[in-house]
Design a protein around this ligand. Structure first.
Ligand code: FAD
Length: 534
């Protein structure tokens, strides 16, 4: 079958857009179809966690996204009130809950960022298009057939009503929580649904005088009329109010009429005469569920299509983006002929256990998050930066089942974990180790590991692989000295560390091997599912 595009992405939310962007960056053509006429108009997610910001840093988008979220950069309070205009119950600074400042700088080059989804998506869209991704709005996937030769997708142009068929080799289902692709594949969602039904009201009102010197990231409101959460979108005149409603106790969708929404907002603000405009309203159900499979043949589920999680901890969009980041480089290497198809199986092998762990963590956060007992950081940071993969794309010297998913932040250099961040001097610039990763495999030999360097160049050429080598003392210096660099990687001066394009350590040798060339050849054959002749 001739393919119109090697990859078809269904859904233009964060997961789909990041997949399109990453594939385009690797030179792989893709077509993204999105049924709406534009990116999201409702600012659902706002919190970008540290790992997501690291991904945006590697894409060169960190600053632009920080600027887009600049109006929320100083919103560091968790507030508890009866109404915004009324009695304040208490306030908790973010710094009491999350690492900031020097503590943060020691673990990541990035910072927490709040950027509303309706501002983030246009940035991702522009970047994906600039790199050459094909993106079509008002195009809805209607039907899917798949067989050994490829996938046929029937799509509808929602403006003209015309149908057409797209032939593709790989399909990415980034079509959200109600994924049609997932339903067509007959995949069930496993876990807990019905964790609450919510009305999310996006409204315009000037609240500056009421916020005053209390710039909050989240404000819990509890009074006789409602229990809800107030969230800033631009900190001046655009806000979100999230209120639970109970269909099981007779609440109707009509209870979300503009008049009722205005009433709810006024009750939360504590100003019956407040002037406001309801911009959009979203009804949603909190659930903690993961699809029974994240891959069926050449079809991959990413983001909310694969897992839905309660809002506590702000994991939904972040996990969606991180799914895309895990999958895109593998897909690109397989399509480019640098890896065997087996590499693609490691997507679900790595992301499924992680999705289950994150869903569990978000549920724990939700259950702890009441006005009296706000969610505590607990192992929040570990869930964000300290998770670990186990698959054939990771060579673990010691297989430790208990550490399979959450490895902790102290696991520096351990295969399966994110390569740790430390500050380096490279070409007279202060950069993070993470700035070395993103496009290719990277080998980091120790100061006396020159043999690895030579072997890596030979193997890369012979296997036609893109492999960069950075050796401490030669290509960069570590301010703490070579020895502490080796310690931070868990190797000796003769050892080496191999990092995948997604910044995860996939192998390390604490010492020199007798035949480094042979070892590296076999290593890449294994990790990339390549037979000797591929
Ligand atoms: C009120 C609210 C607040 C939230 N807050 C946070 C937060 O603070 N932090 C966080 O990380 N997450 C948050 N989330 C979750 C976050 O919004 C989602 O996890 C995120 O949008 C998932 O991205 P996605 O790309 O997987 O799916 P989506 O953003 O849902 O995108 C899916 C896209 O697919 C399109 N589509 C669907 N079917 C088809 C089809 N057949 N053909 C073509 N296109 C199709 C849809 O139109 C949509 O644009 C929140 C969610 C809600 C509802």
């Amino acid at each position: 079958m001739e393919h119109d595009f090697p990859v078809l992405i269904v859904g233009g939310g964060p997961a789909g857009l990041v997949t399109a962007l990453l594939l385009a960056q690797s030179g792989v053509p893709s077509l993204l179809v999105e049924r709406h006429t534009s990116t999201s108009i409702h600012p659902r997610a706002r919190g970008l966690n540290l790992r997501t910001m690291e991904i945006f840093r590697s894409l060169g988008l960190e600053k632009q996204i920080q600027q887009a979220g600049a109006s929320l950069a100083d919103n560091h309070l968790m507030l508890f009130v009866e109404t915004l205009a009324g009695r304040e119950i208490r306030r908790v600074p973010d710094a009491d809950l999350l690492p900031v400042g020097k503590e943060l700088e020691a673990i990541t080059p990035c910072t927490w960022c709040q950027c509303a989804q309706d501002e983030l998506e246009p940035i991702l869209l522009a970047a994906a298009r600039e790199k050459g991704a094909h993106i079509q709005f008002h195009t809805e996937l209607q039907m899917l057939t798949y067989h050994a030769h490829g996938i046929e997708a029937t799509v509808l142009d929602t403006t003209t009503g015309q149908q057409r068929t797209i032939h593709t080799r790989y399909l990415i289902a980034a079509d959200g929580a109600h994924s049609q692709v997932r339903q067509q594949l007959g995949l069930a969602m496993q876990g807990r649904a019905g964790l609450g039904n919510f009305i999310n009201i996006y409204f315009r009102a000037d609240l500056r005088d009421l916020v005053c010197d209390r710039p909050f990231g989240i404000c819990f409101v509890e009074n006789e009329a409602l229990e809800g959460v107030l969230l800033p979108v631009n900190n001046t005149d655009r806000w979100l109010l999230n209120v639970e409603y109970a269909p099981e106790r007779g609440a109707q969708a009509t209870d979300c009429s503009p008049a009722r929404c205005q009433e709810l907002v006024r009750a939360a603000i504590g100003r019956p005469e407040l002037e406001l405009e309801v911009l959009s309203v979203l009804l949603w159900e909190a659930a903690a569920r993961v699809a029974e499979q994240m891959q069926v043949g050449n079809i991959f589920l990413v983001g909310d299509a694969a897992h839905t999680m309660p809002p506590a901890g702000g994991f939904g969009m972040n996990t969606a983006i991180q799914d895309a980041h895990n999958l895109a480089w593998k897909l690109a290497m397989v399509i480019e002929g640098e890896a065997g198809a087996g590499l693609l199986d490691t997507y679900a092998a790595e992301r499924y256990p992680l999705a289950c762990a994150v869903v569990k963590q978000a549920t724990r956060e939700l259950e702890a998050e009441t006005p009296d007992t706000p969610g505590t950081p607990g192992d929040l940071l570990t869930s964000i930066l300290g998770y670990s993969y186990a698959s054939s794309a990771i060579m673990e010297q010691r297989h430790d089942e208990s550490a399979r998913c959450i490895a902790g932040l102290a696991a520096a250099g351990r295969p399966g974990t994110r390569a740790s961040h430390v500050w380096l001097t490279y070409r007279d610039q202060r950069i993070s180790t993470l700035d070395l990763f993103g496009r290719h495999f990277v080998l980091l030999p120790g100061a006396l590991g020159g043999a690895w360097r030579g072997a890596a160049h030979t193997v890369a050429e012979r296997m036609r692989l893109k492999l960069a080598v950075y050796q401490v003392g030669i290509d960069f210096t570590f301010p703490g000295g070579d020895e502490s660099w080796h310690a931070s990687c868990g190797i000796t001066a003769q050892g080496a560390l191999l990092v995948r394009p997604d910044g995860f350590v996939c192998w390390r040798s604490s010492d020199l091997a007798p035949k480094p060339e042979q070892l590296l050849t076999e290593l890449f054959q294994h990790i990339l599912s390549r037979g000797p002749c591929v």
